[in-house]
Design a protein around this ligand. Structure first.
Ligand SMILES: Cc1cc2nc3c(=O)[nH]c(=O)nc-3n(C[C@H](O)[C@H](O)[C@H](O)COP(=O)(O)O)c2cc1C
Length: 436
């Protein structure tokens, strides 16, 4: 079953699909851009993440091409979804999921970190779908600058789930309409546990106001042409979680990602995700369900799919350190005890950083995102050569030239930490297992 195409009048759509540069861009000098110049923006509103490890550099590569989103479609479009029975809606949800190729290996939404070049890097290394970072629905509708800086995609960037935080159905719909031609789901963030989300009354704090959550989902489900998905955290009590998930399904959610930690379990390193709770949700619902939490290498993927019965997994934190995770590579931390059956994968995080930087030259993003990825990818390398990290931190304005040189310097200093392949992660065996 296909979702009815929407009639759009795109404005400068080409900027969303940046052409391959015919000439390699010159090494960019940088300039500072403030993201907060729009008076309607509360600077705090712009951040929501499970990690406190973000720098706030607001520069942007100079060669950034102006981009803008199309005008929104008329809000009086007939709904293709209407009031269908639960069974018909589930059937429709599955048809869409199947049309997308039933992706199993998915890049989780990450503020400042699951941006276009990073998504493209992960896709090169096995990711089958990806979420954007959370976008703030109100600011997205109000500020063209915010839209241009925070949302970019290209035609290879599919399947794509665009995530918003929201607490007003009308505003959410307005924001969603702007992105629906470029994505496969519009996702509602119901899991952000940060203080900023409490203050802004969105994310996991909407768990205290389920009628509002219901109205957000219904609004999108009844009015959008792409399906709506939700990403939730679990309640401390399993029955509450199941009731919540069923409510979302009844409201029109077509795909549910369940992060198996509660709102209070913010630290992913400290609290294990509860895969049993995810399994219970999966068993209670008719729509496709995705599992999130504690997916650190391909063996975890396999175990998680087996234990939860879910359609796919989302990985976040581990992908930041190792964007090649879904291609079967693992960091040294995950071969401890099985060194004899692990081998150097002939790929390392510096190689991946160089690939990422090249993607950033092609698809420009704010420098604060690039800086964040450099720290996450080379964290272990900097532990061996802290002076290099010091030089990076001292650099207020980054350039690609500086970053490529930084990688060369680490290599000249003899630092190399390989990514490993374990026999059990053999891509073909896993592909067979995962397909079955
Ligand atoms: C840097 C960072 C940013 C995140 N931003 C978002 C976000 O924008 N939206 C969201 O739903 N979850 C966000 N999360 C949470 C992740 O999507 C994921 O639910 C969580 O990290 C658990 O997965 P993991 O165990 O694989 O890390 C973020 C996590 C990290 C580490």
């Amino acid at each position: 079953m296909n979702f009815k195409p929407i009639t759009m009048i795109p404005l400068r759509v080409t900027s969303l699909y940046p052409p391959l540069p015919t000439v390699k861009p010159t090494m960019a000098q940088t300039r500072t851009r403030t993201l907060h110049s729009d008076p309607s923006q509360d600077s705090d509103d712009l951040l929501c993440s499970d990690s406190n490890n973000h720098d706030n550099q607001q520069e942007q590569p100079e060669h950034e091409e102006p981009s803008s989103l199309p005008e929104t479609a008329s809000s009086s479009l007939p709904s293709p979804r209407g009031y269908l029975s639960g069974e018909a809606r589930a059937e429709r949800a599955w048809a869409h999921w199947t049309k997308l190729g039933r992706p199993k290996l998915i890049v989780a939404p990450m503020v400042d970190n699951s941006e276009l070049p990073f998504r493209m890097l992960c896709r090169r290394y096995g990711a089958e779908a990806a979420y954007t970072p959370m976008l703030h629905s109100r600011i997205f509708t109000e500020s063209e600058k915010y839209r241009n800086e925070e949302f970019a995609t290209c035609k290879e960037d599919r399947p794509l789930f665009v995530q918003f935080c929201a607490n007003d159905p009308e505003i959410l719909l307005n924001a969603a309409r702007r992105v629906e031609p470029y994505c496969d789901y519009v996702d509602i963030n119901l899991g952000c546990p940060q203080r900023i989300a409490r203050r802004g009354n969105y994310g996991a704090f909407l768990m205290d106001n389920l009628p509002l959550v219901k109205s957000l989902v219904e609004k999108l489900a009844l009015n959008l042409n792409v399906p709506v998905s939700c990403k939730i955290r679990v309640f401390p009590n399993l029955q509450d979680t199941i009731k919540y998930a069923k409510m979302l399904e009844d409201a029109g959610c077509s795909l549910l990602a369940v992060h198996g930690r509660t709102r209070d379990e913010k630290d992913g390193k400290k609290f294990r995700a509860d895969w049993n709770a995810i399994k219970a949700v999966k068993n209670a619902l008719r729509i496709p369900v995705l599992a999130n939490g504690n997916v650190r290498h391909m063996e975890d993927v396999q175990k998680c799919l087996e234990e939860t019965g879910c359609e796919g997994v989302l990985s976040a934190e581990s992908l930041l350190e190792n964007p090649a995770l879904f291609a079967g590579f693992r960091t040294a931390e995950w071969i401890v005890g099985s060194e004899e059956i692990s081998k150097d994968g002939n790929l390392d995080q510096a190689d991946l950083l160089v690939e990422y930087l090249k993607l950033c030259e092609k698809y420009p993003v704010p420098w604060r995102m690039i800086r964040s990825h450099v720290h996450k990818l080379l964290g272990e390398w900097f532990r061996i050569q802290p002076g290099v990290r010091g030089d990076l931190n001292a650099q207020n304005r980054l350039t690609f030239e500086f970053l490529y040189n930084l990688v060369d310097r680490l290599r000249e200093l003899g630092v190399r930490i390989p990514l490993y392949k374990k026999d059990a992660d053999d891509a073909e065996i896993l592909a067979d297992d995962l397909a079955s």
